[in-house]
Design a binder for this molecule. Structure first.
Ligand SMILES: NC(=O)CC[C@H](N)C(=O)O
Length: 303
């Protein structure tokens, strides 16, 4: 299918929303990004990528990287990860601390910050260099050897990282972190600071639409594991707005406070959108709207 006319229609439909919302303010390096940008890409399973607007402009992938970290941790370490992190929506903001004490230091899911810290900790134990391993994986899957970290964003997060540090130390007090907390935080901040465009993200996520098969045809995840990751994206990928996202978009999706969202139509294609203005839950306003338009216009959804 030629997605190009559809993408152009969606871009026109959501244009009034671009610039709405607010870029993430708690990470100063993200607060200064021009909010008037919008890009969207679709990658089909034959390797073709279609795009509109700022679809080739790199931006801070932020929490979208949590999907790839989860997939790598499962691929390399298997199911025992689920003894340390749950698979239920939290109903709380992505950086909330409140549930952790009630639930003995076991985060609700791998996509809130606490859960992602556990996943990165696991990946660090498995590989010895979690953030580099992740970057290398993303380079291979996106086919873009130029992908890199944004050092300014990483430093900005590091210097405003008290809440993530609190989450990591608190979980360590329950014995749910294996590596030294400062090492873990470094890898987590570098991971969040990976820069990718919509084109890179749509390409890199294709293994989730290909039931676990990587770009080179080798298997990263079993078919069942790919289903599991997609299911957790659907239920937890957009935090305390996951219900609304499922209602409006009807696809597994993962957002980041850089304003990007990746979504998967299993067996068909992957989508990536970017616009920096966020809603109060930390999801891109124009991004959610454009995915909503995509599924409405095409009928392509998991429902
Ligand atoms: N939702 C997000 O994208 C949050 C990621 C961000 N780096 C943080 O840890 O707060």
């Amino acid at each position: 299918m030629d997605y190009q006319p559809l993408l152009e229609q969606i871009a026109a439909d959501v244009a009034p929303l671009v610039g709405g919302g607010t870029p993430a303010e708690y990470i100063p390096a993200l607060a200064s990004v021009d909010p008037g940008q919008f890009g969207m890409a679709v990658a089909d399973l034959d390797g073709k990528v279609y795009g509109v607007g700022d679809w080739q402009v790199p931006f801070s992938a932020q929490s979208i990287t949590k999907v790839f970290a989860l997939a790598l941790a499962l691929a390399e370490g298997g199911d025992s990860l689920w003894e340390r992190v749950g698979r239920e929506p939290s109903g709380n903001p992505f950086n909330s601390l409140v549930q952790l004490e009630y639930e003995n230091g076991v985060p609700r899911n791998p996509f809130i910050n606490a859960g992602a810290l556990v996943v990165t900790d696991r990946l660090q134990t498995l590989t010895g260099d979690a953030s580099s391993e992740l970057l290398e994986f993303l380079r291979q899957e996106s086919g873009n050897p130029e992908l890199g970290f944004d050092a300014e964003v990483a430093a900005s997060e590091q210097s405003h990282g008290d809440r993530n540090a609190a989450l990591a130390h608190f979980m360590a007090s329950y014995g749910n972190i294996d590596n030294p907390v400062p090492t873990l935080l470094d890898h987590y901040f570098w991971q969040c600071a990976i820069e990718m465009s919509c084109a890179d993200l749509a390409r890199a996520a294709r293994f989730l639409a290909r039931h676990g098969l990587r770009a080179d045809g080798s298997r990263l995840l079993t078919r069942s594991e790919a289903k599991q990751v997609n299911a957790v994206m659907l239920t937890c990928g957009t935090y305390d707005a996951a219900g609304e996202f499922a209602y409006r978009v009807g696809l597994p999706g993962k957002s980041g406070v850089g304003g990007g969202i990746v979504a998967v139509v299993p067996g068909v294609c992957t989508l990536a959108v970017w616009s920096p203005g966020l809603d109060p839950h930390g999801n891109s306003v124009a991004g959610v709207a454009s995915l909503d338009r995509f599924t409405t216009l095409t009928g392509l959804s998991v429902f």
